[in-house]
Design a protein around this ligand. Structure first.
Ligand code: DLL
Length: 450
């Protein structure tokens, strides 16, 4: 069963189990050799099975046979969300749909989501990656693991679920929402591990405190959190108030979902990348040029054995730096610094990705609104809250409170349907949203947890 967190200098790392020591503790040379063999095969596979990539590579004048070293990955074109948007829903799939056993989706920058599909072998790799990161965090087959992610199109719920099953832990598939019930279930079932976004974990913590739940005496020991940044201040508070070890894992739908990297107990501000399944690069977000080890830039990922929907050099827009220095936990897999910032305007609200462009699209389709809007995000009550201020055209302005209320509800419903997040909508009178001289600043992110 997961152990409460002793201070790092007291941990005997040699006693902590490692899921795949042969890979996770391999020499750097061997890791690179595995990556190269897989990269060559993956590029060939992708070129052969995805016409979109064949065209892109032909246009860039690069052939799979040009990939002879890991450095040659630079010859390949980048991929970003627009590729998935252009080919929605299945245009990047490399296998007939009959071979897809599960699909997931996440927000795109506009109306259509990003759709991904997994073959049976993709599911095996996925659950292995999750099993590895859960074990890195101290989870074992004896743990009772309560899921507070939704079991929907979001990759977090099912992804983490399969990985915990793989190490033999007991899954408690509670799903998202109903915070009081979560606390009751922890008490009733003796839950030892909680899976959630860190912000929702904080909400669970606070509601528990309000209910008089004694976190210090509870069975809960480990938080497997992810899906959004977990700043050190938030992590420290979760650990102190819930009396747990709060770990953080990272991933994104386009390359797998959760499972790309996870925190070990030796370096609590970093995450080991599953390098045998992902080739990482850090690039200058403006020029796309590769940066050296330790330099901060945009993480670019090439999954090395993805069969359903392979992607090459995926631009994550997440900013980080990577080190390949050996780690005290025994793993030799590279470590990425926790992602705190993105280099695009995507917001993560309660674990759901939201682009200002989606908000703009919805608002522009509603009669009676001017093009001016303002998004405010805060987390004063523990949970992220998104407020959207919209401005009414003079002709749509009504004296009746009822009529204005109905209008506000219509805007809220349309935003909720598109974003999967329920915003607080504030109707502003004509001219009520401040105009700027230069670029309009649409987003004010006031969340604080430094
Ligand atoms: O959030 C996958 C995931 C689910 C990871 C559950 C971990 C746990 P998306 O919805 O596609 O996938 O969002 C991916 O979320 O590019 C980051 O910007 C952000 N993100 C995910 N995990 C972390 C994390 C899932 N641990 C986007 N720290 C990514 C910081 C994170 N940001």
């Amino acid at each position: 069963m997961g152990t409460p967190m002793p201070s790092p200098e007291l941990i005997d790392f040699s006693k902590l189990p490692i899921y795949l020591p042969d890979v996770e503790c391999s020499s750097r040379e061997r890791i690179r050799a595995i990556q190269l063999a897989k990269l060559i095969e993956q590029v060939n596979y992708t070129y052969k099975h995805v016409p979109w990539y064949q065209q892109k590579m032909d246009a860039a004048g690069v052939n799979p046979s040009d990939i002879k070293t890991l450095e040659d990955v630079r010859k390949l074109p980048f991929t970003d969300k627009s590729a998935l948007r252009e080919t929605f829903p299945f245009g990047l799939f490399a296998v007939p749909l009959d071979e897809i056993v599960e699909m997931h989706a996440s927000s795109g920058t506009t109306g259509k989501p990003i759709v991904v599909g997994y073959t049976r072998s993709d599911m095996d790799v996925w659950s292995e990656c999750i099993a590895r990161l859960a074990q890195m965090a101290g989870v074992t087959a004896k743990d009772r693991v309560q899921m507070a992610f939704g079991y929907g199109m979001f990759t977090g719920g099912f992804g983490l679920h399969y990985g915990i099953e793989r190490i033999g832990g007991m899954m408690i598939p509670a799903g998202s929402g109903n915070t009081e019930r979560h606390i009751q279930m922890i008490a009733d079932y003796g839950t030892t591990v909680l899976i959630a976004t860190p912000s929702y974990a904080m909400r669970i913590c606070e509601v528990g405190e309000e209910m008089g739940f004694d976190w210090a005496a509870s069975t809960l020991q480990i938080g497997l959190f992810g899906g959004e940044p977990c700043p050190p201040g938030l992590k420290a508070e979760l650990e102190a108030r819930m009396h747990i070890t709060c770990t953080d894992n990272y991933g994104l739908t386009e390359v797998m979902g959760p499972g790309v990297s996870g925190e070990c107990l030796a370096h609590r501000d970093q995450q080991h990348i599953a390098e045998d399944h992902f080739l990482w690069e850090v690039v200058d977000p403006d020029t796309g040029e590769q940066l050296g080890e330790g330099e901060e830039g945009e993480l670019v990922l090439t999954p090395l054995d993805k069969r359903g929907i392979p992607v090459l050099r995926y631009r994550t827009h997440d900013l980080t730096r990577v080190t390949t220095e050996p780690c005290e936990c025994g793993r030799t897999l590279a470590r990425m610094e926790k992602v705190r910032k993105r280099c695009d305007d995507m917001l993560i609200i309660r674990g759901t990705n939201v682009f200002p462009s989606q908000v703009e699209d919805v608002l522009s389709g509603i009669d009676g609104l001017t093009p001016h809007y303002h998004i405010i995000v805060d987390n004063e009550q523990g949970l992220d809250r998104m407020t959207v201020e919209v401005e009414i055209k003079p002709e749509a302005f009504k004296d009746s409170f009822e009529a204005m209320n109905d209008f506000s509800r219509e805007v809220t419903d349309k935003l909720r349907t598109a974003l999967l997040v329920t915003p607080v909508v504030k109707l502003m009178e004509p001219g009520g949203i401040q105009r700027t001289q230069g670029k309009a600043k649409h987003v004010d992110d006031r969340r604080r947890y430094e």
